[in-house]
Design a protein around this ligand. Structure first.
Ligand SMILES: Nc1nc2c(c(=O)[nH]1)N[C@@H](CN(C=O)c1ccc(C(=O)N[C@@H](CCC(=O)O)C(=O)O)cc1)CN2
Length: 293
Protein backbone atom coordinates (compact mmCIF):
# COMPACT_ATOMS: atom_id res chain seq x y z
CA UNK A 1 0.00 0.00 0.00
CA UNK A 2 1.23 3.52 -0.70
CA UNK A 3 -0.53 6.16 1.33
CA UNK A 4 -2.57 8.94 -0.21
CA UNK A 5 -1.31 12.44 0.56
CA UNK A 6 -3.09 14.84 2.91
CA UNK A 7 -1.98 17.87 0.93
CA UNK A 8 -1.71 20.77 3.38
CA UNK A 9 -0.22 23.17 0.87
CA UNK A 10 -3.11 22.87 -1.59
CA UNK A 11 -5.75 22.81 1.16
CA UNK A 12 -4.28 25.91 2.82
CA UNK A 13 -4.24 27.68 -0.56
CA UNK A 14 -7.96 26.91 -1.00
CA UNK A 15 -8.74 28.22 2.50
CA UNK A 16 -6.72 31.39 1.85
CA UNK A 17 -8.73 32.05 -1.33
CA UNK A 18 -11.96 31.71 0.66
CA UNK A 19 -10.61 34.05 3.34
CA UNK A 20 -9.52 36.64 0.76
CA UNK A 21 -13.16 36.93 -0.37
CA UNK A 22 -14.31 37.46 3.24
CA UNK A 23 -11.54 40.03 3.87
CA UNK A 24 -12.59 41.94 0.73
CA UNK A 25 -16.19 41.99 2.01
CA UNK A 26 -14.98 43.39 5.34
CA UNK A 27 -12.83 45.98 3.55
CA UNK A 28 -15.86 47.10 1.53
CA UNK A 29 -17.43 48.00 4.90
CA UNK A 30 -14.27 49.81 6.02
CA UNK A 31 -13.02 47.01 8.31
CA UNK A 32 -9.38 45.98 7.91
CA UNK A 33 -8.32 43.05 10.12
CA UNK A 34 -4.75 43.37 11.46
CA UNK A 35 -2.56 40.50 12.70
CA UNK A 36 0.24 41.26 15.16
CA UNK A 37 3.22 39.02 15.94
CA UNK A 38 5.63 39.06 18.85
CA UNK A 39 8.96 37.42 17.97
CA UNK A 40 11.68 37.20 20.60
CA UNK A 41 15.17 36.33 19.35
CA UNK A 42 16.34 34.89 16.06
CA UNK A 43 15.58 31.16 16.24
CA UNK A 44 15.65 30.22 12.52
CA UNK A 45 12.40 28.24 12.65
CA UNK A 46 10.52 31.00 14.48
CA UNK A 47 11.91 33.70 12.15
CA UNK A 48 10.75 31.70 9.12
CA UNK A 49 7.28 30.93 10.57
CA UNK A 50 6.66 34.58 11.49
CA UNK A 51 7.80 35.72 8.03
CA UNK A 52 5.39 33.18 6.51
CA UNK A 53 2.52 34.50 8.63
CA UNK A 54 3.11 38.05 7.36
CA UNK A 55 3.37 36.84 3.74
CA UNK A 56 0.01 35.10 4.20
CA UNK A 57 -1.52 38.31 5.58
CA UNK A 58 -0.38 40.26 2.52
CA UNK A 59 -1.83 37.55 0.26
CA UNK A 60 -5.34 37.73 1.72
CA UNK A 61 -5.47 41.48 2.51
CA UNK A 62 -4.91 41.41 6.28
CA UNK A 63 -2.71 44.21 7.67
CA UNK A 64 0.29 43.15 9.72
CA UNK A 65 2.07 44.58 12.72
CA UNK A 66 5.41 43.28 14.04
CA UNK A 67 6.98 43.43 17.49
CA UNK A 68 10.48 41.96 17.05
CA UNK A 69 12.52 41.81 20.26
CA UNK A 70 16.14 40.75 20.86
CA UNK A 71 16.98 37.33 22.32
CA UNK A 72 17.93 38.95 25.63
CA UNK A 73 14.56 40.70 26.02
CA UNK A 74 13.32 40.58 29.61
CA UNK A 75 9.91 39.48 30.87
CA UNK A 76 9.07 43.19 31.23
CA UNK A 77 10.10 43.89 27.60
CA UNK A 78 7.87 41.07 26.31
CA UNK A 79 4.97 42.15 28.49
CA UNK A 80 5.36 45.75 27.26
CA UNK A 81 5.07 44.50 23.65
CA UNK A 82 1.91 42.60 24.63
CA UNK A 83 0.49 45.73 26.25
CA UNK A 84 1.17 47.75 23.06
CA UNK A 85 -0.70 45.21 20.92
CA UNK A 86 -3.56 44.99 23.44
CA UNK A 87 -3.93 48.79 23.15
CA UNK A 88 -3.44 49.12 19.36
CA UNK A 89 -6.82 49.45 17.58
CA UNK A 90 -5.19 48.45 14.25
CA UNK A 91 -4.30 45.07 15.74
CA UNK A 92 -7.45 42.92 15.82
CA UNK A 93 -5.60 39.72 16.74
CA UNK A 94 -2.05 38.67 17.53
CA UNK A 95 0.25 35.82 18.45
CA UNK A 96 3.38 35.40 20.53
CA UNK A 97 5.69 33.09 18.58
CA UNK A 98 6.66 30.03 20.66
CA UNK A 99 8.96 28.80 22.04
CA UNK A 100 10.10 31.87 24.01
CA UNK A 101 13.73 32.04 25.19
CA UNK A 102 14.55 30.49 28.56
CA UNK A 103 14.02 33.04 31.31
CA UNK A 104 10.73 34.34 29.87
CA UNK A 105 7.67 32.89 31.60
CA UNK A 106 5.52 31.61 28.70
CA UNK A 107 2.37 31.08 30.74
CA UNK A 108 2.53 34.60 32.21
CA UNK A 109 2.94 35.98 28.68
CA UNK A 110 0.02 33.97 27.25
CA UNK A 111 -2.20 35.04 30.15
CA UNK A 112 -1.43 38.73 29.50
CA UNK A 113 -2.85 38.59 25.95
CA UNK A 114 -6.28 40.21 25.69
CA UNK A 115 -8.45 37.08 25.14
CA UNK A 116 -10.49 39.03 22.56
CA UNK A 117 -7.27 39.47 20.50
CA UNK A 118 -5.87 35.96 21.05
CA UNK A 119 -5.39 34.80 17.44
CA UNK A 120 -3.74 31.53 18.54
CA UNK A 121 -6.56 30.38 20.84
CA UNK A 122 -4.01 29.71 23.59
CA UNK A 123 -5.28 32.15 26.25
CA UNK A 124 -6.71 30.28 29.28
CA UNK A 125 -10.13 31.89 28.72
CA UNK A 126 -10.34 30.56 25.17
CA UNK A 127 -8.96 27.12 26.10
CA UNK A 128 -11.43 27.10 29.00
CA UNK A 129 -14.32 27.73 26.61
CA UNK A 130 -13.21 24.66 24.65
CA UNK A 131 -13.21 22.62 27.85
CA UNK A 132 -16.76 23.69 28.69
CA UNK A 133 -18.39 23.64 25.26
CA UNK A 134 -18.43 20.09 24.02
CA UNK A 135 -21.54 20.37 21.85
CA UNK A 136 -22.22 24.10 21.37
CA UNK A 137 -20.93 26.15 18.47
CA UNK A 138 -17.52 27.62 19.33
CA UNK A 139 -17.31 31.40 18.90
CA UNK A 140 -13.81 31.83 20.28
CA UNK A 141 -10.51 31.26 18.41
CA UNK A 142 -9.33 27.64 18.14
CA UNK A 143 -5.70 26.55 18.62
CA UNK A 144 -4.31 26.73 15.08
CA UNK A 145 -2.45 23.43 14.65
CA UNK A 146 -5.18 21.21 16.16
CA UNK A 147 -7.85 23.04 14.12
CA UNK A 148 -5.67 22.75 11.01
CA UNK A 149 -5.22 18.99 11.47
CA UNK A 150 -8.96 18.40 11.72
CA UNK A 151 -9.71 20.69 8.77
CA UNK A 152 -7.03 18.94 6.67
CA UNK A 153 -8.48 15.50 7.35
CA UNK A 154 -12.11 16.57 6.86
CA UNK A 155 -11.37 18.43 3.61
CA UNK A 156 -10.01 15.12 2.25
CA UNK A 157 -13.43 13.55 2.88
CA UNK A 158 -12.41 11.60 6.00
CA UNK A 159 -14.87 11.28 8.90
CA UNK A 160 -13.15 11.06 12.28
CA UNK A 161 -16.26 9.90 14.19
CA UNK A 162 -15.58 6.67 16.09
CA UNK A 163 -11.87 6.67 15.22
CA UNK A 164 -9.22 5.95 17.88
CA UNK A 165 -6.66 8.75 17.74
CA UNK A 166 -3.27 8.45 19.44
CA UNK A 167 -1.46 11.75 19.98
CA UNK A 168 2.30 11.82 20.61
CA UNK A 169 3.47 14.75 22.73
CA UNK A 170 1.87 17.02 25.33
CA UNK A 171 3.18 20.42 24.18
CA UNK A 172 1.28 23.71 24.46
CA UNK A 173 0.45 24.21 20.78
CA UNK A 174 -0.81 20.69 19.89
CA UNK A 175 -0.92 17.85 22.44
CA UNK A 176 -2.53 19.69 25.33
CA UNK A 177 -5.48 20.94 23.32
CA UNK A 178 -6.10 18.66 20.32
CA UNK A 179 -8.16 16.24 22.42
CA UNK A 180 -10.54 19.07 23.29
CA UNK A 181 -11.35 19.48 19.59
CA UNK A 182 -11.29 15.82 18.55
CA UNK A 183 -13.71 14.81 21.33
CA UNK A 184 -16.27 17.53 20.60
CA UNK A 185 -19.63 16.09 19.58
CA UNK A 186 -19.25 17.40 16.02
CA UNK A 187 -16.03 15.36 15.54
CA UNK A 188 -16.61 12.43 17.92
CA UNK A 189 -13.19 10.78 17.91
CA UNK A 190 -11.69 8.96 20.91
CA UNK A 191 -8.29 10.24 22.03
CA UNK A 192 -5.26 8.82 23.85
CA UNK A 193 -2.55 11.36 24.71
CA UNK A 194 0.90 9.76 25.00
CA UNK A 195 4.06 11.50 26.22
CA UNK A 196 7.53 10.89 27.63
CA UNK A 197 5.98 9.34 30.76
CA UNK A 198 3.87 6.79 28.82
CA UNK A 199 4.93 3.21 29.63
CA UNK A 200 4.64 1.72 26.13
CA UNK A 201 4.07 4.29 23.40
CA UNK A 202 4.60 1.73 20.62
CA UNK A 203 1.75 -0.44 21.95
CA UNK A 204 -0.63 2.55 21.80
CA UNK A 205 0.52 3.53 18.31
CA UNK A 206 -0.06 0.03 16.91
CA UNK A 207 -3.77 0.19 17.84
CA UNK A 208 -4.42 3.69 16.45
CA UNK A 209 -6.74 4.46 13.53
CA UNK A 210 -5.18 7.93 13.48
CA UNK A 211 -1.71 8.99 14.67
CA UNK A 212 -0.93 12.64 15.43
CA UNK A 213 2.86 12.79 15.81
CA UNK A 214 3.85 15.95 17.67
CA UNK A 215 6.82 14.73 19.71
CA UNK A 216 9.53 16.75 17.97
CA UNK A 217 11.74 13.65 17.57
CA UNK A 218 12.88 13.12 13.97
CA UNK A 219 11.69 9.81 12.48
CA UNK A 220 10.16 8.61 15.79
CA UNK A 221 7.16 6.87 14.15
CA UNK A 222 8.36 3.91 12.12
CA UNK A 223 6.41 1.51 9.86
CA UNK A 224 6.23 -1.20 12.55
CA UNK A 225 4.41 1.26 14.84
CA UNK A 226 1.56 1.88 12.43
CA UNK A 227 -1.57 -0.20 11.87
CA UNK A 228 -2.06 -0.93 8.13
CA UNK A 229 -4.57 1.56 6.74
CA UNK A 230 -4.07 4.15 9.50
CA UNK A 231 -4.14 7.92 8.96
CA UNK A 232 -0.86 9.58 9.98
CA UNK A 233 -0.41 13.29 10.66
CA UNK A 234 3.22 14.41 10.89
CA UNK A 235 3.37 17.56 13.02
CA UNK A 236 6.79 17.63 14.72
CA UNK A 237 9.69 19.40 13.04
CA UNK A 238 13.39 18.89 13.78
CA UNK A 239 16.28 20.64 12.06
CA UNK A 240 18.80 17.86 11.44
CA UNK A 241 22.30 18.50 10.10
CA UNK A 242 23.15 16.24 7.15
CA UNK A 243 26.58 14.76 8.03
CA UNK A 244 27.62 14.67 4.36
CA UNK A 245 26.70 18.21 3.31
CA UNK A 246 26.82 19.87 6.75
CA UNK A 247 23.53 21.59 5.85
CA UNK A 248 20.50 21.60 8.16
CA UNK A 249 17.30 20.12 6.77
CA UNK A 250 13.79 19.71 8.15
CA UNK A 251 12.69 16.27 9.30
CA UNK A 252 9.29 15.31 10.62
CA UNK A 253 8.41 12.89 13.43
CA UNK A 254 7.36 10.25 10.89
CA UNK A 255 9.78 7.99 9.02
CA UNK A 256 8.95 8.34 5.28
CA UNK A 257 8.70 4.51 5.04
CA UNK A 258 5.42 4.77 7.02
CA UNK A 259 3.83 5.74 3.69
CA UNK A 260 4.08 2.05 2.71
CA UNK A 261 1.75 1.07 5.60
CA UNK A 262 -0.63 4.00 6.14
CA UNK A 263 -3.72 4.79 4.05
CA UNK A 264 -3.24 8.54 4.39
CA UNK A 265 -0.19 10.57 5.41
CA UNK A 266 0.53 14.28 5.71
CA UNK A 267 3.89 15.27 4.21
CA UNK A 268 6.28 17.34 6.29
CA UNK A 269 6.91 19.97 5.03
CA UNK A 270 3.72 20.63 3.05
CA UNK A 271 1.18 19.13 5.45
CA UNK A 272 0.19 20.46 8.85
CA UNK A 273 2.51 23.53 8.78
CA UNK A 274 0.65 25.42 6.02
CA UNK A 275 -2.67 24.47 7.68
CA UNK A 276 -1.50 26.02 10.97
CA UNK A 277 -0.91 29.28 9.14
CA UNK A 278 -4.25 29.12 7.31
CA UNK A 279 -6.12 28.56 10.60
CA UNK A 280 -4.39 31.57 12.12
CA UNK A 281 -5.75 33.74 9.30
CA UNK A 282 -9.19 32.13 9.77
CA UNK A 283 -9.14 33.08 13.47
CA UNK A 284 -8.31 36.70 12.57
CA UNK A 285 -11.09 36.92 9.97
CA UNK A 286 -13.64 35.16 12.21
CA UNK A 287 -12.89 37.64 15.01
CA UNK A 288 -13.23 40.66 12.70
CA UNK A 289 -16.57 39.36 11.37
CA UNK A 290 -17.89 38.75 14.87
CA UNK A 291 -16.90 42.27 15.93
CA UNK A 292 -18.43 43.83 12.79
CA UNK A 293 -21.52 41.71 11.94
N1 LIG B 1 2.40 31.03 18.82
C1 LIG B 1 2.61 29.87 18.20
N2 LIG B 1 3.85 29.34 18.18
C2 LIG B 1 4.04 28.17 17.55
C3 LIG B 1 2.97 27.51 16.87
C4 LIG B 1 1.69 28.09 16.94
O1 LIG B 1 0.70 27.55 16.40
N3 LIG B 1 1.56 29.28 17.60
N4 LIG B 1 3.22 26.36 16.13
C5 LIG B 1 4.59 26.00 15.83
C6 LIG B 1 5.21 26.70 14.66
N5 LIG B 1 4.32 27.22 13.60
C7 LIG B 1 3.52 28.27 13.86
O2 LIG B 1 3.86 29.21 14.49
C8 LIG B 1 4.47 26.79 12.26
C9 LIG B 1 5.16 25.66 11.93
C10 LIG B 1 5.34 25.29 10.58
C11 LIG B 1 4.82 26.09 9.58
C12 LIG B 1 5.04 25.80 8.15
O3 LIG B 1 4.37 26.37 7.32
N6 LIG B 1 5.96 24.93 7.81
C13 LIG B 1 6.28 24.63 6.45
C14 LIG B 1 7.79 24.55 6.30
C15 LIG B 1 8.43 25.89 6.58
C16 LIG B 1 9.95 25.86 6.48
O4 LIG B 1 10.47 25.45 5.44
O5 LIG B 1 10.60 26.32 7.45
C17 LIG B 1 5.64 23.29 6.07
O6 LIG B 1 5.36 22.50 6.96
O7 LIG B 1 5.43 23.09 4.88
C18 LIG B 1 4.12 27.20 9.93
C19 LIG B 1 3.93 27.54 11.25
C20 LIG B 1 5.48 26.29 17.03
N7 LIG B 1 5.28 27.61 17.50
Amino acid sequence: MTAQILDGKATAAAIKSELAVRVAALAARGVVPGLGTVLVGQDPGSVSYVAGKHRDCAEVGIASIREDLPADATQADVEAAIDRLNADPACTGYIVQLPLPKGVDTNAVLERIDPAKDADGLHPTNLGRLVLRVSEEITSPLPCTPAGIIELVQRHGIDLAGKDVVVLGRGTTVGRSIGLLLTRKDVNATVTLTHTGTADVAAHLRTADVVVAAAGVAGFVRPEHVKPGAIVLDVGVSRVVDPETGKARLRGDVDPAVAEVAAWISPNPGGVGPMTRAMLLANVVDTAERLHP
